[in-house]
Design a protein around this ligand. Structure first.
Ligand SMILES: O=c1ccn([C@@H]2O[C@H](COP(=O)(O)O)[C@@H](O)[C@H]2O)c(=O)[nH]1
Length: 276
């Protein structure tokens, strides 16, 4: 999906919601366990219930890898089921030397080899240029670099002082020399909304993938106040807040209700900024 297609989807759906698909076998409704692939069945129903309200889905690979071969099968099936008008993001947070990154890129982007064909992958920048560029060899695919994470531990390294301000600002400045805003996004936590102003100095046009609303307590309104751009420039993720909104047979309706709440709030922000 190109940047323009993503912006068009945001305007059309009046939403910049990314639904996080982080299924946990201990949390999914009991009745789904009669299906051959309960995790896929869970995701399928969440996707069916929310696909008109969001522009992206983000399966986090940890929640699939945890179940070994079966988990991988659920991930492959989920990736194929994500509608083509939604950006599919694999939240894998990979990062390794060049030839290893080649294999990660093949795993998540090359359907003919692995069965997976995600539009975007999250990558850690710690190992630098050669750990990131292999993903960019795949035409049209996005790399989403961890810049300032929503986690408490973000203070350990990401705020270290540098000539650009902080390490997370140096990461963005440097990574922007590897590719443009049509291929690179950054992860910035919703719990860090006041830092968005600084981040926009270095990433005025890049989309930011923003986890941390809902269960982690970040505010959508604060994120928009400091981070929204003329093209929106935001994909705001909620995982647990949506997928575990309900736990019974009607869990997908409950998920839809939560997604709808966020979509309505996003519509207000898009209107306020003159984007729609
Ligand atoms: O800084 C980061 C980077 C990634 N995540 C991931 O996003 C979701 C958030 O889930 P919630 O249930 O909405 O809290 C999850 O997959 C994280 O691993 C993040 O939270 N922060």
């Amino acid at each position: 999906m190109t940047r323009q297609q993503l912006v068009d989807q945001i305007k059309q759906k009046k939403s910049f919601l990314c639904v996080g698909l982080d299924p946990d076998i201990d949390k999914i409704p009991e009745f789904l366990k009669q299906y051959p692939d309960p995790i896929f069945e869970f995701n399928k129903r969440i996707i069916d219930a929310t696909k008109d309200l969001c522009v992206a889905y983000k399966p986090n690979s940890a929640f699939y890898e945890a179940y070994g071969v079966k988990g991988l099968q659920s991930l492959i099936a989920t990736g194929k089921y994500i509608p083509k008008d939604c950006l599919s993001i694999i939240d894998a947070k990979r990062g390794d030397i060049g030839n290893t990154s080649d294999k990660y890129a093949c795993a998540f982007f090359d359907e003919s080899t692995s069965g997976m064909n995600f539009d975007a992958i999250t990558v850690t920048p710690y190992m630098g240029n050669d750990s990131v560029t292999p993903y960019l060899k795949y035409d049209g695919k996005w790399v989403i670099i961890l810049a300032l994470t929503s986690s408490i531990g973000s203070k350990d390294f990401q705020y270290l002082p540098t000539e650009d301000g902080h390490l997370y600002e140096t990461v963005i400045k440097k990574a922007n020399t590897w590719a443009g805003a049509d291929r690179l996004m950054y992860v910035v936590g919703a719990t860090k909304s006041t830092e968005f102003t600084e981040i926009r100095k270095y990433a005025p046009d890049n989309f930011l993938l923003v986890p941390g609303v809902g269960a982690q307590g970040g505010s959508l309104q604060d994120v928009c106040q400091y981070g929204i751009t003329k093209d929106c420039g935001l994909l705001v993720n909620s995982s647990r807040g949506i997928i575990y909104a309900g736990s019974g047979e009607d869990f997908a309706d409950a998920a839809r209700a939560e997604a709808l709440k966020l979509q309505k709030e996003m519509q207000v922000e898009l209107e306020k900024s003159g984007i729609i």
